[in-house]
Design a protein around this ligand. Structure first.
Ligand SMILES: C=CC1=C(C)c2cc3[nH]c(cc4nc(cc5[nH]c(cc1n2)c(C)c5CCC(=O)O)C(CCC(=O)O)=C4C)c(C)c3C=C
Ligand SMILES: [Fe+2]
Length: 466
């Protein structure tokens, strides 16, 4: 794999010169994001240092409860209860997505929801009470800039419409494969919220559920956050905690996805006067470096692996264009994953690159960061920097090969669905636990007493062992 632009690492950004964020807002976010760096456990650090990404669900407190393999998580045998007594299976698929403001009026409350998420602004537990006041402040400060962006793309986010269309398309693809299912949309920060989807799932008496995040790569800030919210709802509900669930954590490595992305790239390259000369410029949404380096977020590794797989597929088709990966959409002055898209564009222009094909790679729908940031801001910057031919690969949206692959992913995950059997202890269970603990304590004390008082008993035991 060509090292992801390691030869093009650029100088650190100076906030005063380049950041598009308001200074006061930036300071606030900086303080919040930096503070989270101190609360990372050594075990996580060791794993990361050894190059082993900790399972994201383990980081989220699923320790001892989950088995994760091949991107699908289920619950261990001891904690499950089968639904074999259910005569009629009603399959549900829940699509997890970020959500976006439908109108300009929604922008500030949407931003509030985003910044109030402890997986976006990661405060130490002790300062958790500050999360909502901070979110209020930051959302009010950022709203004008965000509104400008949403105004430029028609006055709101297209995410809800596209995600609804993807849900209908996946439902139809499942139907065509003779797996009838209801498909629900659960947005993290705007309507339809996760609560609304979960309400419908209960209303429809779903008996088996597949959780499918619409993010190809896993990040604590996206898939991780949505699964945490969903898990809390399921654990605290008598019905839902018994519904078998399969969670697909990430799916960037699926052949169907890699081929669909390659198809789009191959097609768009043909629009260049000399297709073989265009540089393929993968632009992924960034995350703060601390997520990867301190919290063990597998996002960067998965992103690089994803680019490698796409380039391998293109090579197998005889496409040998140069490529590079950079990260966009940083918020605040903390270090985000590098290299930054804007800096790389300027550098490539300086190096004399004339043709660039931008490929958004961290998200499967058109949204503000493709329609405004890439198509407007980055296009303009690239052209100013000397690039002559600029193109952009569209998001997958409802591309049929992609939708078929998502349906296949659901079908493959179904057999591993298992229930969380009321893991939140009821009062009765808690009392039983206490009783059990008391019995063990009393028994242990009596045993210790006997062993201490009667050394002969010990030697008798020894005789049995040795
Ligand atoms: C894989 C995708 C995404 C990651 C990772 C991610 C992390 C992340 N985002 C913010 C802050 C903002 N994100 C915003 C919008 C937004 N983000 C994603 C995807 C990822 N975010 C999408 C798809 C969208 C927008 C959707 C739409 O409405 O079209 C915004 C709001 C827009 C803006 O003001 O720029 C903010 C703010 C952080 C801090 C973060 C990781 C910690
Ligand atoms: Fe984002």
């Amino acid at each position: 794999m060509e090292a992801a632009t390691s030869s093009r690492i650029l100088p650190q950004i100076n906030f005063n010169q380049n950041s598009t964020l308001l200074r006061s807002e930036a300071k606030l976010i900086s303080a919040c994001l930096n503070s989270s760096q101190n609360s990372i456990s050594n075990s996580k650090r060791n794993l990361v240092a050894r190059g082993l990404s900790m399972s994201p669900l383990v980081q989220e407190g699923f320790v001892g409860r989950t088995f994760c393999s091949a991107g699908v998580c289920t619950y261990p045998a001891g904690a499950i209860e089968s639904h074999s007594d259910i005569a009629e299976e009603r399959i549900g698929v829940i699509l997890l997505n970020l959500g976006g403001p439908d109108t300009l009026h929604d922008v500030q409350p949407f931003l509030f929801n985003l910044f109030a998420d402890p997986d976006i602004i990661r405060l130490p537990r002790l300062f958790g009470f500050l999360q909502r006041p901070l979110a209020q402040l930051i959302s009010v400060l950022r709203a004008p800039k965000s509104k400008e962006g949403y105004a430029a793309i028609g006055g709101g986010s297209p995410l809800r419409k596209i995600t609804d269309e993807q849900a209908s398309a996946i439902k139809m693809a499942l139907q065509a494969k003779e797996v009838p299912a209801n498909v629900y949309v659960a947005m993290r920060y705007w309507h339809p919220f996760t609560e609304e989807a979960v309400h419908q799932i209960k209303r429809d008496r779903i008996t088996k559920l597949v959780v499918l995040p619409l993010y190809p790569q896993y990040s604590i800030s996206t898939t991780g956050s949505s699964i945490r919210v969903l898990r809390d709802m399921f654990m605290n509900d008598a019905y839902l905690s018994r519904v078998p669930v399969a969670i697909i954590q990430s799916w960037y490595q699926r052949e169907g996805y890699i081929k669909s992305m390659s198809d789009l790239i191959e097609k768009e390259l043909q629009t260049f006067p000399k297709p073989e000369e265009a540089m393929i410029f993968f632009s992924a949404h960034g995350v703060p470096v601390s997520y990867v380096e301190n919290a063990g977020d597998p996002y960067k590794d998965q992103m690089e692996d994803c680019i490698f797989l796409i380039m391998q597929e293109l090579k197998s088709r005889g496409i040998f264009n140069d490529h590079t990966l950079a990260y966009q959409s940083r918020v605040g002055p903390v270090q985000w994953l590098k290299p930054y898209t804007d800096e790389v564009l300027i550098e490539l222009g300086k190096q004399g690159v004339k043709s660039l094909l931008a490929v958004p790679v961290s998200f499967v729908s058109e949204h503000i960061e493709t329609l405004e940031e890439i198509d407007m801001e980055y296009r303009e910057l690239a052209l100013e920097s000397g690039v002559v031919h600029w193109g952009r690969v569209p998001a997958l949206n409802c591309t049929s090969s992609f939708i078929t692959d998502m349906a296949d992913a659901v079908i493959e995950a179904l057999p591993s669905a298992m229930a969380i059997s009321t893991p939140n202890a009821t009062t009765e269970e808690a009392e039983n636990d206490l009783l059990g603990y008391g019995i063990k304590l009393a028994f242990g004390s009596i045993l210790a007493f006997i062993l201490l008082l009667f050394p002969r008993v010990i030697s008798a035991f020894k005789n049995y062992i040795v």
